[in-house]
Write a protein that binds this ligand. Structure first.
Ligand code: PMP
Length: 426
């Protein structure tokens, strides 16, 4: 039996047959460096998919910061420690000044779980609005606002799942301001239905770039309208920046792209380049009220090692100007895909912000019928040629790319040339 086959057998026995894996033939990755991953046979892959290693796989400065702290002290956050406070000050400085307090967790799921608790505690309501194809994590409460994996209709009484805003497959064929208003009107309807059911309204949770929904082009003004409606009904708006945050979109936070200031922001994934670290940031009044009522403590969340790693990430992000870099290279990649679209009818839509790149493949540009199996062949074909990316969206027909931010011009060229070759084989 080959190594891969043996590993698969052990894995199925130990983790279960349904534990998810990428690709028809799973990869056995043993090493990472910058934008590259290496498998057990020494084969190199250009990583166009992994957002957690934000500043590059195994960045030496992050490794040094966390090793040094791990060799000095690692305890929980119930002792005084400068690293935690230094990092908190730096992190909070990246937000609107109203968002001035932080609570640490280990995962994005936990961060969203606490955000829901804060919203429910501070409003006295229970009803939460989410979008219909989203994922916010895996705790019992957060799973209820993650319809991506349970279908389109929220079966939970305290949750209303509304259509995510999409400009390519727009609601009722609308466009421009009318489209933004039509999607926002779904929020009114959800709030009314909470009223009718006698359920107090707590707020809305959304990823500002709808990364799990398929990276749609958000109709201009939608998030501002959404925030206004949530506030008018006495609710709080939670921006889930767990996937979107930390410079990838060209701004530090993706809600900043839309010119809004949420009440609560959650973050995680790339925060410490792979070391478990996540957080909730909110206004002092909300945090104090919550902490006053609830004894929140997290054994591992925000410990000095996590803060040291996260601090190194911020240093690299800022010093190397990675947000501006992401914007520049992302634009280059999107231009390249638009050029490919001149020769390949399969490409229906090219979108994204910074190094968030979504490319929707369709069988026919006028009917926009999804090209789901072709998209799968592209993902596998790219892998066979040494490039890793994936697909998402309601129909599984959106190529999703979000490489480590040191992704350079030469990597963009390799991605685009290889994509041209793969599209030519279909
Ligand atoms: N929110 C969003 C938008 C996510 O994409 C994810 C993970 N894919 C989570 C929350 C959950 O984060 P974690 O896996 O760290 O619990």
């Amino acid at each position: 039996m080959s190594d891969t086959a043996a590993l698969l057998t052990r894995r199925r026995r130990l983790l279960g047959t349904q534990a998810p894996l990428f690709y028809e033939q799973p990869l056995h990755i043993v090493r990472g460096e910058g934008v590259w991953l290496f498998d057990a046979d020494g084969r190199r892959y250009l990583d166009c998919y992994n957002n957690v290693p934000l500043v590059g796989h195994c960045h030496p400065e992050v490794v040094a910061a966390l090793s040094q702290q791990a060799a000095t002290l690692n305890v929980h956050t119930r002792y005084l420690h400068e690293t935690i406070l230094d990092y908190s000050e730096r992190l909070l400085a990246t937000f609107d000044p109203s968002l001035s307090m932080v609570l640490y967790t280990c995962t994005g799921s936990e961060a969203n779980d606490q955000a829901l608790r804060i919203a429910r505690h501070c409003t006295g309501g229970a009803g939460i609005i989410c979008t219909n194809l989203t994922y916010h994590g895996n705790t019992t409460a957060v799973d209820q606002v993650s319809p991506l994996f349970y279908g389109k209709v929220a079966p939970y009484p305290e949750v209303r799942a509304i259509p995510f805003p999409d400009s390519y497959r727009p609601l009722r064929g609308l466009s421009g301001r009318a489209l933004a208003e039509a999607y926002a009107a779904e929020i009114d309807r959800a709030i009314e239905s909470f009223d009718t059911a006698g359920i107090g309204f707590a707020g809305m949770i959304a990823c500002p770039i709808f990364a799990n929904e398929g990276l749609p082009t958000v109709p201009s003004g939608y998030l501002e309208l959404a925030l206004g409606k949530v506030h008018a009904a006495g609710g709080l708006f939670i921006a889930d920046e767990v996937q979107a945050g930390f410079g990838r979109c060209g701004e530090m936070w993706s809600h900043q792209l839309h010119g809004i200031t949420p009440d609560i922001v959650t973050m995680g994934k790339p925060m410490a380049n792979g070391y478990p670290m996540a957080a909730v940031v909110t206004r002092a009044g909300l945090m104090e009220s919550f902490r006053d009522a609830v004894m929140y403590f997290n054994t591992f969340g925000g410990n000095p090692v996590a803060c040291a790693a996260a601090d190194a990430v911020l240093t690299i992000l800022e010093r190397d100007g990675l947000a501006a870099h992401a914007q520049r290279i992302g634009d280059r990649v999107r231009d390249g895909f638009r050029q490919l679209a001149e020769h390949h009818d399969l490409i229906g839509d090219v979108r994204g912000d910074g190094l968030w790149i979504g490319v929707e493949l369709v069988q026919d540009r006028s009917s926009r019928e999804p090209a789901t199996s072709a998209t799968q062949r592209v993902v596998e074909g790219m892998k066979a040629r040494g490039i890793l990316l994936n697909r998402i969206g309601e129909f599984g027909n959106v190529l999703k790319m979000r490489p480590p931010l040191p992704f350079a011009e030469e990597h963009a060229e390799l991605l685009l040339t290889t994509m041209g070759e793969v599209l030519a084989t279909l």
